[in-house]
Write a protein that binds this ligand. Sequence first.
Ligand code: CMC
Length: 439
Amino acid sequence: MNTAVPQQKPQKTVTLIDNETGKKFDLPIIDGSTGPRVIDIRKLYAETGMFTYDPGFTSTAACDSGLTYIDGDKGILLHRGYSIKELALKSDFLEVCHLLLNGELPNKQQKDEFVNTVTRHTMVHEQMQFFFRGFRRDSHPMAVMVGTVGALSAFYHDSLNIDDPRQREIAAFRLIAKMPTIAAMVYKYSIGQPFMYPRNDLSYSENFLYMTFAVPSEPYKISPILARAMDRILILHADHEQNASTSTVRLAGSSRANPFACIASGIASLWGPAHGGANEAVLFMLKEIGDKSRIPEYIKRSKDKNDSFRLMGFGHRVYKNYDPRAEIMRDTCYEVLGELGIKDPLLELAMELEKIALKDDYFIEKKLYPNVDFYSGIILRAMGFPTNMFTVLFAVARTVGWISQWNEMIQEPTQKIGRPRQLYTGPVERPFTPLDRRK
Ligand code: CMC
């Protein structure tokens, strides 16, 4: 038996010097499995009486996570170590869900079980349809998504105990399985067509297309190319590390709120045009530009600091290179348009815009490349989705990422409620002025 005591590695530190007092503080450095190291500042306030200041979290790792890795400079995105390109081209969405939730790709038996379980949860409580009827039919679909997904916690009381791993697992299955059903219901409600019940003989993506576009009065033929494209779109949006909506889900969950409420908070955060709402904004922008001859005018506007216009679908907080998802999205775009025999002038406009922007010094210098949302809207439009449904599709796909990240956080033994601090810039304490003496 080897009784040698393992050599304790000397702890790596970084030294912080307060130039005012001359005091020195050693802060530990922690290595991840790859990517930038982090400075552990958990004891900083206790030892120095100071906070760090990082609005927008541009230099802050808010948690540790084993799900997704991004190297923004190289344009790399890995889920549990697998490249997004390999997953998008060789796997399917439910396999990716298994991978994100459980850490490994499923073997044949695990996959059959996983698919079977998700499939058995696709229906929503019958009472949900009455809930829908309370919304105006012209509501934005994301508004209805926030409300109805949040309402799941009112329908599924038996999966709200976050300390029970089995209940957490059932909540995850329910969310992944019911999101397409709810999304399709949102669409059907908005156009006044009857809701279509899920069909469990279809794959996840086929079923989603069926519930969205079929009507009870006639048969609906699902194109395998469109189902494959939908599956790929779902894979490409499945998770993306600690983005705004995922961080929202984690923060909501850190207070031990139930998973359905947390996912509803993620949907609300995703809705913004700087995040998931960008796919919708890209299409509005392309329609507004309207013609190749007007591209230079819009490029000029996007560079003008006095103009709030930005080139939608361009730039990313983390990617300072081509977003690897955008590349696959562009190829899928060609496939879908080819299958449908569509020649979309917006695609040509988008390609020309991309070409011009990528040669422009401003975009080169600021490392602004097309992101995942640049081409997704064109594909979804060709498939028949109205613009206001685009972000809903993003939410359907991202649900697995949100719930996997939430699960990871809940199981963290040292998990605490998220409670950032602030740099206070308001008035210091002052006496109260009675109303008759206020100026
Ligand atoms: N068009 C023109 N200029 C831009 C753009 C753009 N799309 N994006 C960034 N910039 C400029 C920005 O003005 C700033 O310039 P300066 O340094 O002179 O102030 C510089 O590039 C850095 O931008 P930032 O806003 O400080 O960067 P950020 O990391 O805070 O913002 C972003 C990232 C995605 C919000 C931003 O690039 C953007 O608004 N893009 C358009 C919206 C979009 O496509 N969003 C989808 C993101 S991908 C899907 C998702 O994950 O949700």
